[in-house]
Every structure is written in C-alpha cells, then in structure tokens.
Design a protein. Structure first.
Length: 266
C-alpha cells in the first residue's frame, strides 16, 4: 500500500487557544486527492473541539464500514477523506454535512506530479523518481494514468467529484478557498467563511475567525504543502504546458466545464 511520510502538526494544541462550540451534526470534508485537502481540513479544525474531530483515519471507500462512527448523529464529528461516490457512501453520508473540494484539472496534473515524484509519497512508483522519466512523460501519466498502477485523471475526478454533483454535497473550489485565505482582510472573506462554516453545520462565525483561519492555513502545518514535500521536484513547471492542457481536454472532455472552470477572477 502507498504511504505518505509527512511531519505531524500541532493544531490540536493550537485549537485550545480558542473557545470552541460543540458541533451539533456530523460534517465530512471530502475532496479529490491533491486538491488542497489539508488546507481545508486544518482551517476547519480550528472551529471544532478536538474531541469532536475524527482522527482515527483519513476516510476512503475501502475502510468506510470500519469508520461508520465518524458519521454518527448521536456523537457528531468533523471527519475528512477522499470518499468516492457509491451506494455505501451515499448511505453513510445521508445525514451528514458534506463538502466536496476540487481544483482546476490543469493545476491538479502539476500537483499530482509533484506529489508522486516527492519522497513524501512512497508506493509503487518509486522507479519513476530521480529523473528516470522526463517531466512531460510524467505529466501525461498523471493525465492518462499508468496501466495497473495508477488511475487516470478522468476516473479520479468522475468518482470523487463529478458523481457527487447534483446531490446535497456542496462543491468547493480550492482556488476560492486559497484566494480568501490570502485576502482574509478583504470584505468578501467574511461572507465566504461564514458560508463555509454554515455548510459544515457551524452556524456562528466567531469574532476571532480570522486568527483561526490564519493558524489553520499556516503552510508549516501541512506536510503535503509544496514547499514541505520531501525530495526534489524542482523540474515540474509552474503552469501546465499548452499541449498537456489539450490532452486534459481530450482525456476528460467537459470535465473543467462541469466543475465550473475556468473561474472568473480567481
């Protein structure tokens, strides 16, 4: 099984710096892998008592039934993971506040490439590290998948995001979250975070919400933030090359459109 080797954060301790109100109903932070999962999770952890945070597992479909307690209405918890759409998933989340976070597939290809080439990720793709393949070939593998080793971009987005559209799940764009984190003093930030908390069942925006967001969004607390990835991934470009953008559109026609990309403004 793949392993993620990342440093531990101290956000449970930082949580005690703030007055916490009890979570009244379970909430699940779902996301496509490599779509800013840790940023969303760490911010929301600053608004929920640690005792109501489900740290037993990063919930995925394969272990869903073992962690049904995360979704209990009698003992509400904030939990997180990459939970694909299925009958079991829909039943488990029937009475749970549910957010699905995505990012622009163009940028996702780059993020997935950096992660797979880093030493933070350890799995069946070790033979691709250290310059064994060119970056262009690696980008294409992230788009089309690797036979019997890694799923395609289309499969990942289809089952982890697109299939949830039109349900009670609330779609969240990583770019919007990042924009408001970076511009937290702007007037638009307050209604954004008020709505985000509301979609998690947290009715009140505390007066110190900005400080809580700053603490949770500290990139030093995220073991999978780009600068905290272990190993060299310097050759990955900042923007997806034009041809690879065309390949994304070929491999997953209509994907960016159905997810709401390109975004206007940010």
């Amino acid at each position: 099984m793949p392993r993620i080797v990342a440093k531990q954060d101290n956000l449970n301790a930082r949580n005690a710096e703030f007055s916490q109100a009890r979570l009244a109903a379970p909430a699940f932070l779902n996301s496509v892998p490599k779509c800013g999962t840790h940023l969303l999770r760490n911010i929301l952890r600053m608004f929920v008592p640690v005792k109501q945070q489900y740290h037993a597992a990063f919930i995925q479909y394969g272990i869903l039934r073992q962690h049904a307690a995360a979704f209990s209405r009698n003992a509400p918890k904030l939990s997180w993971g990459h939970l694909l759409f299925s009958d079991d998933s829909a039943i488990a989340l029937r009475h749970v506040h549910h957010i699905v976070q995505v990012r622009d597939p163009y940028d996702w290809v780059l993020a997935r490439t950096r992660f797979f080439l880093s030493d933070t990720f350890q799995g069946a793709l070790e033979h691709l590290k250290g310059g064994s393949v060119g970056i262009d070939e690696m980008l294409n593998m992230m788009i089309f998948g690797i036979h019997n080793k890694a799923p395609s971009m289309n499969d990942i987005f289809t089952h982890n995001a697109v299939s949830w559209l039109g349900t009670k799940a609330v779609l969240l764009h990583f770019e919007d979250l990042l924009h408001h984190v970076k511009n937290i003093e702007a007037a638009q930030a307050e209604p954004f975070f008020r709505a985000l908390l509301g979609n998690c069942g947290i009715a009140e925006l505390p007066d110190d919400w900005r400080e809580r967001v700053r603490v949770g969004a500290d990139r030093e607390q995220s073991g999978t933030a780009r600068e905290n990835l272990q190993g060299g991934v310097a050759d990955v470009p900042e923007e997806l090359p034009a041809l690879q953008k065309r390949l994304v559109d070929y491999a997953a026609p209509g994907l960016r459109e159905v997810l709401g990309y390109p975004r206007n403004g940010h």
